[in-house]
Design a binder for this molecule. Structure first.
Ligand code: TRP
Ligand code: SF4
Length: 402
């Protein structure tokens, strides 16, 4: 795989937190399920990342990994359409992390906003470690080792993708400047074939001389579709377009998850630490009980009091689950006190349980036979390693370690 695949490649990771809840499903996982049909996706369990904030609590990592991956599969991630693996089974991430650490200024890590935030928020934990400071760089390695073009993350993680871009740029700048670059690049242009090399040269000139970004895109598309050049030549030509050296590690873009704010049972954001969640595969009776006792618009203290759906966390869930006619029914009935909250919640309970029925069914085979999950992760990890090794070979060569 070369940087020409970068446009179609997606990487993302999740810390092993155990069973997932509806907030994580609507905020992250559902998006992954969709992306797997549109991109070449690598999704992994970020177990090393879990160590960066909780090295003293490792007994649950195995169980949490299993439970979370069963949820991935239950939600529709398909090992035939995406590569599912465990970070620590692909030690190449660690080697790239080490190599990147050599060129990463300390100040870049110290100014990552999550660094100081987390230290404040997780005051009871020991975060004064080298691993914790370096964790955004580990994340950069996770991404760059697959030369991913896109990284689906929540808004809080965008600074990490920004850091990844800066580190990639610096790496290419420091190690992509081989002697005779221009000559090698021109030779590669010639190898494109007559028509393509003319188009490349014209587009490059239009970009370099007039800043024509459409021309830049045209030239990139041309390289992406090219089948004849070696990886090294393709990297040269990407770099040559922008006037720098070879692009060994392409810069990724964040694909920001639409922040589907899923309210928890108490109306606060749904979160494991608040204890206000509905998980993905809960017994139907439990879903029913939870929704029945879920907070509603406080204005509706009595059945005859009208309410406002905008102030009701139940309605926010309706928005995720119900078709327009049902939403209109709930909204009108709420404002006019034509329906009670019990009536309003009924179709929501049914909708959540219908969604979960399918997940429970998918999960059953994995719960019955955990080895199935292990072999999916084993195969995924091997496939990921094959790609990671290729990148590392290029990286070692660029550094002069080959
Ligand atoms: N840091 C991310 C989180 O805490 C998880 C993560 C690790 C990740 N490596 C990644 C996400 C690479 C995207 C890409 O949620
Ligand atoms: Fe919420 Fe529905 Fe009750 Fe209105 S009727 S307060 S939207 S649960």
């Amino acid at each position: 795989m070369s940087s020409s695949d970068s446009a179609t490649r997606v990487v993302s990771g999740m810390r092993p937190t155990g069973r997932l809840h509806l907030g994580q499903y609507h905020g992250v996982l559902k998006n992954w399920v969709k992306l797997q049909y549109e991109y070449d996706c690598f999704f992994f369990v970020a177990d090393w990342h879990a160590l960066t904030t909780a090295y003293d609590d490792t007994t649950t990592i195995g169980r949490h990994t299993f439970d979370m991956v069963v949820d991935w599969l239950a939600a529709g991630l398909n090992p035939g359409s995406s590569t599912l693996f465990v970070q620590s089974r692909v030690p190449e991430h660690a080697e790239l992390h080490l190599l990147l650490s050599m060129i990463t200024p300390l100040a870049w890590l110290e100014r990552v906003p999550t660094y100081k935030d987390q230290i404040q928020k997780l005051g009871d934990k020991d975060l004064s470690t080298y691993g914790f400071l370096g964790y955004p760089l580990l994340q950069a390695a996770d991404i760059l080792i697959y030369r991913a073009g896109h990284v689906p993350v929540g808004a809080d993680q965008v600074p990490h993708v920004e850091l990844t871009r800066e580190v990639a740029r610096r790496f290419n700048h420091v190690f992509g400047r081989e002697t005779g670059f221009e000559e090698l690049a021109e030779a590669a242009v010639a190898k494109l074939g007559k028509k393509a090399s003319r188009l490349y040269t014209e587009s490059r000139r239009a970009y370099v001389e007039q800043g024509d970004t459409e021309a830049l895109e045209r030239a990139r598309a041309l390289l992406a579709g090219n089948q004849n050049l070696s990886i090294g030549d393709v990297e040269r030509l990407y770099g040559y377009l922008e006037g720098g050296g070879r692009i060994i590690l392409p810069e990724p873009q964040a694909l920001i998850n639409e922040a589907a704010r899923v309210p928890g049972l108490d109306g606060e954001k749904m979160s494991k630490s608040y204890g206000n969640t509905i998980t993905l595969r809960e017994p139907p009776e439990q879903v029913e009980t939870k929704i029945r006792t879920m907070m509603t618009d406080p204005a509706r203290a009595r059945r005859t009091d009208p309410g406002d759906p905008a102030n009701c966390p139940v309605f926010a869930l309706h928005n995720l689950y119900s078709p327009p006619d049902l939403l209109a029914w709930a909204s009108e009935g709420c404002r006019s006190a034509g329906i009670g909250c019990v009536d309003c919640k009924k179709p929501l309970i049914d909708a959540i349980n219908a969604e979960q029925a399918q997940m429970r069914e998918r999960a059953a085979q994995y719960e019955d036979d955990p080895d199935l999950v292990n072999s999916i992760l084993q195969e995924g990890s091997e496939a990921a390693r094959d790609v990671a090794r290729e990148t590392l070979e290029d990286v070692r060569e660029a550094i002069g370690l080959a």
